[in-house]
Design a protein around this ligand. Structure first.
Ligand SMILES: [Zn+2]
Length: 326
């Protein structure tokens, strides 16, 4: 028997690297960092082993730990000292994220992406200003257009503090355009926008809500985040955001949405990010704790798969662990 085509020829040690289609480097990874104004000490997040909420005076140390693994970029989430209906602390000059950005900027060479949303800052936990009657009638939801100004102001305050990239995640129609306009008119025309363009209303965010204390007090986010059943709609979302000035777009979550990552990568000519979310992280930890899966191997395989699908960069809680192995 003669087989002319034998794919196994290229799978020999010494050749596998040469023909590998996907590369993963620490510089592709972005580590989430949680800075918490309500604590004096570093607090572990139970459902996300190895992850912590850190007080302001520990945030530089935390970021330097990330940097020591080879990861060059963090995405910053804040837990404010107080919450209210409008998320007043989200755009405060002395807000927790604004102060953290200044401290990191002064002390390190790490690239800081700031998450721009209101859900960590509102007492109702939604990503924007509520429609007037929403508290009494939980079927109502976020007032889209009333939220735009709050998001723009929050993004501008992050840029003023020194954020390298702002990343709006509120899934508010028009948010990228509103933020771009505000940044440009405030002297931050050079600050790029990474839009969470295709963010799904996903059950995989559970552990993050423990971490950022951002679970909605009522209802859910299905009126503004995307329906997990929709893929074509993601292409409309990214097209709108790019039209409005997004410099890069994100798909979130990652693993259950690799088809979306792939379709977006083929459809757009800007960098594509994918967010390997808290539930994806927690699942592998839980299975590995039981001895059912090898944590390092499954984490690395997951990140390679996300890259293979088309993500240029990956936001992941595995950033430090995997970077240290690469
Ligand atoms: Zn939000």
């Amino acid at each position: 028997m003669s087989l002319h085509r034998r794919p196994r020829r290229l799978r020999r040690d010494g050749l596998r690297e040469l023909v590998a289609e996907t590369r993963l480097a620490p510089s592709d990874l972005v580590a989430p960092v949680f800075v918490d104004a309500t604590t004096d000490e570093r607090v572990s997040i139970e459902s996300m082993p190895g992850q912590e909420r850190v007080p302001l005076d520990a945030v530089v140390d935390r970021v330097q730990e990330v940097r020591a693994t080879g990861v060059e970029t963090v995405i910053l989430f804040g837990i404010p000292e107080a919450k209210d209906a409008r998320g007043t602390r989200a755009d405060a000059t002395d807000g927790v994220v604004q102060r953290a950005i200044r401290a990191i900027d002064d002390a390190t060479d790490v690239t800081v992406i700031s998450d721009v949303c209101l859900c960590e800052y509102t007492d109702h936990g939604h990503c924007g200003i509520l429609e007037a009657e929403a508290r009494d009638a939980p079927r109502l939801t976020v007032d889209n257009d009333a939220t735009l100004d709050r998001l723009a102001s929050t993004a501008a305050s992050h840029a003023a503090a020194g954020a390298d990239i702002v990343a709006p995640s509120a899934m508010t129609d028009g948010m990228v355009g509103a933020i771009r306009e505000r940044l440009d008119s405030s002297g931050y025309a050079d600050v790029p926008i990474l839009s969470y363009a295709a963010k799904y209303e996903s059950a995989f965010y559970g552990p993050f809500r423990d971490a950022a204390d951002g679970a909605p007090a009522f209802g859910d986010r299905r009126h503004y985040q995307m329906d997990p059943r929709n893929g074509d709609e993601a292409l409309r979302e990214v097209a709108l955001d790019i039209e409005q000035g997004a410099d890069a777009v994100m798909v979130k979550p990652a693993l259950a949405y690799l088809d979306v990552v792939s379709a977006v990568d083929r459809a757009v000519d800007v960098p594509v990010a994918a967010y390997n979310v808290s539930g994806e992280y927690a699942m592998l930890h839980a299975a590995s704790d039981r001895g059912w899966l090898d944590l390092d191997a499954t984490a690395l395989e997951s990140l390679n798969a996300i890259r293979r699908a088309g993500a240029d960069l990956i936001v992941t809680y595995f950033a430090e662990r995997i970077a240290a192995q690469l």
